[in-house]
Design a protein around this ligand. Structure first.
Ligand code: GFB
Length: 317
């Protein structure tokens, strides 16, 4: 970009979340876009009129739509109404208003749970809508499929470059460490750290410990998002995974090792496992020049250090 060329103004919707904050850091490091940030106190994306007014006023050139109600298996299972309704509202409020406001480029954040529970592994993009979804997160998945399809329809009908990325399970700095509502990595870090601090002889892992999950660091996803935004003709949606799969029990052992916990790890099969496996085939995105850089053990070591440091300064919310 020449020095006289104006930098595109990018609105990162959801900039305080795990994904949004990683994208903000990546954009700031590159310096090739002007950032527009607006938290819930500025615009509530579940309020259609407020969202439209915000976009018509601010008129960003580009949007990364990372704002969402997110949570782990227990949050999804017990609050399907909010997961479906709020995520559907965010997509149907932001995407059409973006068109009205003249936004030329929009990247929508989805999730690997959009694919059928029994999809052939590793899951290719073509598996979308080929079978029933995993029941524990059906509400979230339906909303994310609707968002993806709305982007695709905008592109088809109006010629706008609105497209999507479907990441595998994510982790990274600034995650949500709520004991019941969080995803597995922050949930286990919290429980295992607390067990080490209190000298508890054992920690219980939800489910059988046998499900396989693929984890991607949020910084690698942020790089993938910016990579896609720079492509002239990106696919309507594309998978983003690390290719590094582990069982939940193996994950717990690794976290215990990083935190220096030597107690026993027990499983609790009375709690749901969710989908047995959801490995993404990310060859399409890799063929376009992106690759993940942070290995699982390196990433886990960093988030365990971050959590332990924060906990040493006071109770983690
Ligand atoms: O991360 P997680 O909640 O997401 O759970 P999902 C992954 C696996 O870890 C499940 C097990 O088999 C859980 O039973 N697990 C073990 C735990 N201990 C814990 C714990 O302390 N906390 C949590 N949370 N899990 C989510 C979806 O599914 O994945 C969302 O609900 C979203 O919609 C996200 O798509 C990426 O992989 O099961």
């Amino acid at each position: 970009m020449s020095t006289t060329e104006k930098r595109p103004r990018l609105w990162v919707a959801g900039h305080r979340g795990l994904v949004g904050s990683a994208i903000v850091r990546a954009v700031a490091a590159r310096g090739d876009r002007e950032l527009l940030l607006a938290g819930r106190e500025v615009v509530d994306l579940t309020d259609q009129a407020a969202t439209r007014a915000f976009l018509l006023r601010e008129k960003p050139d580009q949007i990364v739509l990372a704002a969402a109600r997110v949570g782990g298996i227990e949050a999804n299972r017990t609050r399907p109404v909010e997961f479906l309704q709020e995520n559907l509202a965010i997509a149907t409020h932001v995407i059409p208003a973006a068109r009205e406001a003249g936004v030329t480029r929009l990247l929508y954040l989805g999730s690997s749970c959009i694919y059928p529970r029994e999809a052939p592994q590793p899951i290719r993009e073509e598996a979308l809508l080929s079978g029933p979804l995993e029941p524990t997160n059906e509400g979230y998945a339906i909303a994310k499929i609707a968002g993806l399809k709305l982007c695709q329809a905008m592109r088809r009908q109006h010629g706008l470059l609105y497209h999507a990325i479907m990441p595998t399970n994510l982790y990274g700095p600034g995650d949500n460490y709520h004991p019941e509502q969080s995803h597995v990595i922050p949930g286990l870090i919290r429980r295992i750290h607390e067990a080490r601090e209190s000298g508890a002889p054992e920690v219980v892992i939800w489910g059988t410990g046998t499900p396989l999950r693929e984890f991607l660091h949020a910084a690698d996803l942020a790089a993938a998002c910016l990579h896609l935004l720079d492509l002239a003709d990106p696919p309507d949606w594309v998978n983003a995974g690390s290719g590094e799969e582990v069982s939940i029990l193996d994950l717990a052992r690794r976290i215990a090792a990083h935190l220096g916990y030597r107690g026993r790890l027990l499983t609790d099969p009375s709690r749901p496992d969710g989908t047995p496996r959801k490995a993404l085939d990310s060859s399409r995105l890799r063929a376009m020049g992106w690759e993940p850089r942070i290995g699982l053990d390196e990433g886990l070591a960093a988030v365990c250090r971050e959590y332990a440091g924060n906990a040493a300064r006071g109770p983690v919310r």
